[in-house]
Design a binder for this molecule. Sequence first.
Ligand code: ATP
Ligand code: MG
Length: 577
Amino acid sequence: MKSLYVPTLKEDPTDAEIASHRLLLRAGMIRKTASGVYTFLPLGYRVLSKIEAIVREEMNAIGAQEIMMPALQPAELWHESGRWDDYGPELMRLVDRHDHGFCLGPTHEELITSLVRHELRSYKQLPLSLYQIQVKFRDEIRPRFGLLRSREFIMKDAYSFHASQESLQKTYDDMSVAYGNICDRCGLEYRPVEADSGQIGGSVTTEFMALAEAGEAELVYCSCGYAADTEAGACHPHPTTYEVKGLERISTPGIHTIEDLAAFLNIPATSTVKALSGKDADGKLVVMFVPGDHELNEIKASRAIPGFTLLTDEEMESFGLHKGSMGPVGLPEGAQVVADQSLGSIAQWVVGANEEGFHYVGAQPGTDFVVDVWADLCVVKEGDRCPVCGLALESARGIEVSQVFQLGDKYSKAMGATYADENGEEKPYIMGCYGVGVSRTLAAVVEQHNDEHGIMWPLSVAPAHICVIPLTVGDDLVQPAAENLAAELARIGLEVAIDDRDERAGVKFADADLIGWPLQLVVGKRGLAEGTVEVKLRRTGEKKTLPLDSLTEMVGFARRNAKHSAAGYGMFDNLFN
Ligand code: ATP
Ligand code: MG
């Protein structure tokens, strides 16, 4: 690839833990510049541009208009929304020579709201959807997995402005369809899931999860079609009662974990109750109770008790609590008891006795202690009941590639962004925002499409459709034949690369598989003597010898008659049938 700059690596980079990170480095597509900061090399950039083009087409198709906002954003706007303080250390902040504060945009709600508030004055101008494809900055606490979680990354972000909830709902639905199309067209197996809105705000939101073991997100799903991020999903545990005759304090020496307690009493973990201590916004003690086989979801916990944070070991000591033997009976004066709503279904609890080495069995809510707040507190997991149909949920890991949000008037209200309705009354816009992680999508595609030899790009996003591999270069037979073939194929509209490096055949074959060209055409002296070329389909590894003089025609025919999938599979399959 004299004409292309593709510095492939023979060895696996040591710091790359997952396939996409390893293969993108090895295939010469990206290079690390700093922790979480990457350069796209020519082939990586070609793939990125293809994904961008798909995103652009899908956005334009639903009437969103492309703009380009600055990455550098004045701090004042973030003060207006309140996020200068709320966003935390992920926000990359800087000051200019005049001491004016700025940030490098992690997202653009503030900037776009300040832009349109001066321009969109009447209901007649609504709805409006604007988008951009741009670099974003987030000083992630743990940048990792290459492009999956980086500190500088490419995002498509769209924002919509409405005069009614119905209008927002329509755009939200259109965007959701477009986001599904983007995943399909990039060849991703994905699921839309119920999600949590986190930093952005709003309440209705869906994440699009590319299914992958390496994904940092966990999702639960059901055969009825329900799916949710475990960060957000409603949880319906089914605790079981261990019935005894009333409250009994038992000695449990050395027992601090649910597993040990369940084994000691010879009962299932579902019959135990786990306690977690924390404090509310005022620093007052709050103890939360969840079924022993479930974990506390801290997002839900802070929704039930605003400002809730878990206590450190020292804080627990200062409240006189005993880690591993906490319970609702005999808590310090003024402590709030918050319990998962599922625990309402069991009459007797197995809990700590707030005394080292002791537990209670048969503790009854309402009799032995009072529950102040009942709430959904648990992280949903495999086997829990589906909130829609009641069947057992299954679980999978995923990469969040995109997310759509209904923001409502959070930003427009805070920033005084209003329009005049039919009666001339000023109202805040109703807004939606929609983000696609373009560079993360690229990595997700590799995560789903690879084997032991390298990447297997779906045709729709491959750096080129075909690579022609001359086995000798600089001669007057093989190289010209290869160049001719490449030119002919390009003439019928295919994207063709040519590996004209002076390398051994073995190196070229290995690199072609590593890079993941969908179709490889090997041109060698022996084949040419017989007028043939060896053709290899990367996705299946199938090989076939085909006549050189009709190859272009055959490829053209295969393409015209292919049963196309969204990701363009099928284009070359006919060559092998
Ligand atoms: P995460 O939960 O993974 O940190 P997020 O929910 O904070 O992501 P959003 O604010 O929803 O991210 O941003 C929209 C999209 O931008 C995400 O769906 C994701 O694809 C992408 N994205 C977010 N953070 C990163 C990152 N650090 N590196 C690469 N892509 C990212
Ligand atoms: Mg998100």
